[in-house]
Design a protein around this ligand. Structure first.
Ligand SMILES: [Fe+2]
Length: 292
């Protein structure tokens, strides 16, 4: 079926279930091991290519596995005005076609500052101007893509601008009549960076537009009395904080158009990954047992 952004309705997308998110350039977890592990522990794969659209052996193995794939992109700088958007996105479009990805995820963030390209992600500036730019960029990107593109709330260690991230993501999705990806650790990182309680402003969340939830491990950083939640995924032994599970329990009954819960596992040792998948499957039972 050909994707047409004009007639597209995110509610019609297939239910994906519980997935694993991986970076194909990581050696841990080992991708062939993860594919062997499958055996009912996960239903789809979402992967990142560290800013490169490369067809490595591991990508080929994922394509050949016949598991449904989602592609997590980090190239398009969707939250700032950029030259060369057409060129950058045409590269991603070709890649997504080869993968036959059900949809593509892009962080609400940017990496380019003027001519310089940072090797870290800068979260969206939470201003009206930035929101308008993001909406225009996403509209342009979506009109040229062979599958839906959904933005994900980014991780924060500092906050610039007065729009709460919940309002930023909800307004963006409402304006374009689309959905978005909610990363639970990223949401917590925003609340911590903004000095807010864990559940601040959640009543404003457009929860019926959440298509996918991300769950991942993290760690705490404290310097000069300032605390930050660091979205380290599996690189701190894959520990998923209780607060992340608390968000998950809060969100699952409220997200009626949710299609997938992705456990972002890069860096996680294989045995921890397996245990976290077992725990998540049990935790998500109410979502997983409902037919699409
Ligand atoms: Fe994420």
């Amino acid at each position: 079926m050909t994707f047409d952004p004009k007639t597209f309705d995110f509610k019609q997308l297939p239910k994906m279930g519980l997935g694993v998110g991986l970076d194909i350039h990581d050696t841990q977890p080992n991708i062939p091991n993860v594919l062997r592990l499958n055996n009912g522990h996960f239903d789809y794969l979402e992967f990142y290519t560290s800013n490169r659209t490369s067809m490595t052996d591991h990508v080929k193995q994922m394509v050949d596995s016949n598991l449904p794939l989602l592609y997590h992109n980090e190239i398009l700088d969707v939250c700032c005005p950029i030259d060369g958007l057409e060129e950058a996105q045409s590269m991603v479009v070709e890649y997504v076609k080869v993968l036959n990805a059900k949809w593509c995820i892009e962080e609400a963030a940017f990496r380019s500052v003027g001519d310089k390209r940072c090797d870290f992600m800068i979260p969206a500036l939470l201003t009206e101007e930035s929101l308008k730019t993001t909406i225009e960029n996403l509209q342009f990107i979506q009109s040229h893509f062979p599958c839906p593109v959904f933005l994900e709330n980014p991780p924060f260690q500092f906050v610039y601008g007065g729009i709460h991230i919940v309002d930023f993501m909800s307004r963006l999705a409402q304006e374009l009549d689309t959905a978005f990806v909610l990363d639970l650790g990223h949401l917590w990182s925003y609340q911590v960076a903004a000095g807010l309680p864990w559940d601040a402003n959640l009543d404003n969340l457009a929860s019926d537009r959440i298509i996918e939830i991300h769950v991942a491990g993290g760690t705490w950083m404290e310097k000069n009395g300032v605390q930050a939640y660091i979205d380290s995924h599996g690189h701190d032994n894959g520990v998923i904080f209780e607060e992340t599970y608390r968000y998950l329990d809060y969100m699952l009954p409220r997200t009626k158009n949710l299609k997938g819960v992705t456990y972002e596992a890069e860096g996680t040792p294989d045995d921890v990954l397996l245990q976290n998948l077992v725990d998540l499957r049990a935790r998500c039972q109410s979502f997983l047992e409902v037919k699409a």
